[in-house]
Design a binder for this molecule. Structure first.
Ligand code: B16
Ligand code: MG
Length: 222
């Protein structure tokens, strides 16, 4: 039987591996130094957003003001702490079942790409042992517009040589990413337990255990 799903695009942080708390920890450390405190609710708004977009949002909500140069230094510091956090990352840090699903797609010859807003994506992928599995990889270094703009996903779909985006699933843990998937005309599948994802995505899955193409097609198309 021919699959209706012709390709998949994966976000990285929060979808294949659990870096979200580590980004939060690093932003909090920066906050202690420069005078903001980040609530979990504010942190949720940073999900999917790139480094500068995140910092600008924090600064705005904290009513602070910094020069461009100070912001550069702050981002550099935050990233240094984040890189220390992921120093020991390995395949053990993949979400359970994620690798099985990627292997399943490979066996089914369904092409898949990575589309992450993070400038650290290639480092993380390498640590997770996944860099050779993806046909195409796009990250925060490749685009000028971050999520919720669909640029990352559109580039990934073009790279996979798939023209009908309504046949491609985007897996995302962030509301900004789900919005980007909708804007680009993709099938938006939310990953995680956030109730906001349930409201906005075509479908949500809470983990990768037991997920395969048949399961997804049954839930999406019947
Ligand atoms: P950088 P994703 C995004 O990656 C995260 O969702 C977001 O929360 C984080 O702030 C951003 O990466 C960080 O980017 O690593 O360059 O500081 O979810 O799009 O894979
Ligand atoms: Mg994410």
């Amino acid at each position: 039987m021919e699959e209706k799903i012709k390709g998949c695009i994966f976000d990285l942080d929060g979808v294949l591996t659990d870096t979200v708390p580590l980004h939060y920890k690093s932003w909090c450390l920066l906050g202690e130094e420069v005078g903001f405190s980040l609530t979990p609710d504010q942190n949720k708004k940073l999900k999917g957003k790139g480094r500068l977009d995140s910092l600008n949002l924090i600064i705005k909500e904290s009513n602070l003001n910094f020069s461009e140069r100070e912001k550069e230094e702050m981002m550099e510091k935050k990233n240094r702490w984040f890189l220390e956090e992921i120093e020991q990352f390995s395949t053990e840090n993949l979400f359970p079942g994620a690798l099985d699903f990627l292997v399943h797609l490979t066996e089914k010859q369904i092409p898949f790409a990575l589309a992450s807003g993070s400038k650290n994506a290639k480092i993380i992928l390498e640590k997770l042992g996944l860099q050779k599995m993806f046909q195409c990889i796009f990250d925060g270094n490749d685009v000028s517009l971050g999520k919720p703009d669909p640029e990352l996903f559109v580039k990934a779909a073009d790279c996979l040589s798939l023209s009908d985006r309504a046949e491609i699933i985007v897996f995302e843990d962030s509301v900004a990413g789900i919005e980007a998937a909708h804007k680009g005309g993709f099938i938006a599948v939310g990953f995680g337990a956030d109730p906001e994802l349930k409201e906005r995505a075509h479908l949500t899955i809470e983990n990768w255990e037991g997920v395969d193409i048949e399961y997804l097609e049954n839930r999406l198309f019947s």
